[in-house]
Ligand binder design. Structure first.
Ligand SMILES: [Zn+2]
Length: 260
């Protein structure tokens, strides 16, 4: 692997054997096609970004399907887990599985404690979501954790400051792009959600250096953010969850509403 090879971080959630009603799901066979595209891109650093595979939430398929396929193709994944969901939700990993991912050469990062949108958290809630979750992960996995991904992709300057205070060094967003910024001493790292591409040729276009595919996604994301600014984070998230029928995040939204 060439350390100078520019990187595109990809974001996945669930990798299932069959079709799923969950919107952020890829089938194992499609994920394997993505891994084949990645393998060919890695052969040509002048034309393609090097893909890095990241996973949010901690779904059980991260251990069951995703990690074994990653290993088959020689990739180390970066798994962001919602610490409070481990061993408390039936479809999510248990601690021994998270620990095993790390033992198998994959990296583990934090995705909050309860998946609350960090932009909507009070200071006390930020402490729980950022610090309590980090300490829990570190204790259970037996390693230090310096990376966090933003639940629901939401972040702002206040959230970044809180992440820095909590001891993180890398913040992974859901904003498409490749340019890593340093803000408040943190690396702010963009990622492309797998819901924005599916067919292998779409991924290949995204990985192509100087293609317009990424800039088109950035424009789309900009429009989405503008709508979110107008509606406010809570209302936008509630509408989004209703549209997607995404139960886990709908519950998170309900928590937010209850906490108002
Ligand atoms: Zn998430």
């Amino acid at each position: 692997m060439d350390a100078d090879h520019p990187v595109l971080h990809l974001m996945y959630h669930r990798v299932t054997n069959g079709p799923s009603a969950h919107p952020y799901t890829v089938t194992a066979s499609r994920f394997e096609e993505h891994l084949r595209v990645a393998a060919s891109a890695e052969q040509d650093p002048t034309r393609f970004f090097r893909p890095v595979f990241t996973f949010d939430d901690g779904h059980s398929s991260n251990y069951g399907q995703a990690s074994s396929l990653l290993t088959k193709y020689g990739h180390a994944g970066l798994f962001f887990v919602t610490a409070g969901w481990i061993e408390t939700r039936p479809d999510f990993m248990c601690w021994s599985e998270v620990k095993q991912l790390y033992a198998n050469g994959h990296a583990v990062g934090c995705h909050g404690l309860t998946h609350k949108l960090l932009t909507c958290c009070s200071e006390a809630e930020l402490y729980r979501e950022l610090t309590v979750s980090k300490e829990l992960l570190e204790r259970k996995v037996g390693t230090s954790v310096d990376a966090i991904s933003m639940p629901g992709g939401r972040w702002d300057v206040r959230v970044l400051s809180a992440c820095a205070r909590a001891g993180y060094r890398r913040v992974f967003t859901s904003d498409p792009g490749t340019r890593i910024e340093v803000r408040q001493g943190l690396q702010v790292i963009p990622r492309v959600n797998s819901s924005l591409y599916d067919r292998p040729e779409e991924l290949r276009r995204l990985l192509t250096v100087n293609s317009s595919a990424l800039s088109r996604l950035r424009v789309k994301q900009g429009v989405k953010k503008s709508i979110r600014r107008v509606l406010g984070d809570r209302l936008y998230h509630r509408l989004w969850c209703v549209v997607l029928g995404w139960r886990d995040h709908r519950e998170a939204a309900a928590d937010l509403i209850r906490s108002e």
